[in-house]
Design a protein around this ligand. Sequence first.
Ligand SMILES: *Cc1c(COP(=O)(O)O)cnc(C)c1O
Length: 436
Amino acid sequence: MINKNLEIRSLKSVWHPCSQMKQHETFPLVPIARGQGVWLYDFNGRRYLDAVSSWWVNLFGHTNPRINHAIQDQLVKLEHVMLAGFTHEPVVKLSERLSKLAPGNLGHCFYSGDGASAIEAALKMSFHYWYNNDQPEKNNFVSLQNGYHGETLGALSVTDVALFRDIYAPLLRHSARVPTPDWRYAEQGESPSSYALRAANCLEKYLAENHTKTAAFVVEPLVQGAAGMGMYHPDYLKYASEICNKYQVHLIADEIAVGFGRTGTMFACEQANITPDFLCLAKGLSGGYLPLSVVMTTDSIYQSFYHDEATRGFLHSHTHAGNALACCAALATLDIFEQDKITKANHAKINYLNDISQLIASHPKVKNFRNCGMIWAFEVETIDPSFSGKFFQTSLNQGLLLRPLGNTVYFMPPYIINDQEMDFLVAGILQVLDSY
Ligand SMILES: *Cc1c(COP(=O)(O)O)cnc(C)c1O
């Protein structure tokens, strides 16, 4: 009863994100009463395994006792204070710890709320750096085919996912695209690494011609999430970093989805042994609890803004930047990484899930089964345009939250998932696949 009631009231009063609201005539909303661990519970006591970590944010389960405790502790001290002219312990500690964890010397942390806001800040900072260095004509950006960097206008202008972009194209500033290293696009017989080299050559060719007017290259390291979990060889990042250095173009690494252990290392950039000029983090940063994002950058970029003139500074702000509760959730998240040696512990889970997923990989309807760290994906052979919605619905009936991107099914569960829950996940996916 409560389920139905909430659903009706929500449809009347809440405009849900990324939704054609009319489709809820066929696909009902799912009211959630509470969450615990990998599970979300509705009001009828039904539960769903959150196999997509609630849009890729949740790392250590819902209502994690340790993160809850940290937030409760902070709640009685300070919930929020503006970060212009003021500071507080959680934001200082978090910045110090992130700088230690991140590759290279990314010692300066600039905070916002959502991922897209971090991308906006990084784009503006990159341009402003060149402006401060008497190269104002370096004001264009280049990004990857099928790349996704968020949906505010600046972030959308470097995004290449038609579904999100096409309608709004007249509102966007032009920016350039270079071919993706996603190995699904490789020629038959071409290895992911040689395809990565071929894609990198296209970036080099573009920058050789356009570097004087290009501020930055924006990239999702290792996995292009919204493109349908397109995965590529780490060599691409190595080449891209060298090419960007050679042509004096910033490298903006968008690790909003892949940061914090998703690809098997704390940050995806580590696998290519590169340090970007800007590292953007969000989603898992707060353990998925609260909106928090950060742009981390180098001292040389920071110094170009440091000046007697106010307008050389980075006069950009979001009201809730560096919120104290969100920073506390992030600190508790980093504690769990450290205390439980998560990146190491995840290796066993990755192996186990890969083992039991062999039946999915070899399923006759499945193509391109792939894995990178704690992300798994595959394509389902179908011509049904409503495949995604139907798969979502059938999965719910199996007690699974799965939300395919087109005909790409993926799962990236919270890291606290146990063997039994992994068995349940794989068995459920096989059931859903067999029902087509
Ligand atoms: C989710 C995402 C964003 C946008 O983050 P929001 O918090 O949704 O604004 C940007 N880049 C990547 C790679 C993402 O996955």
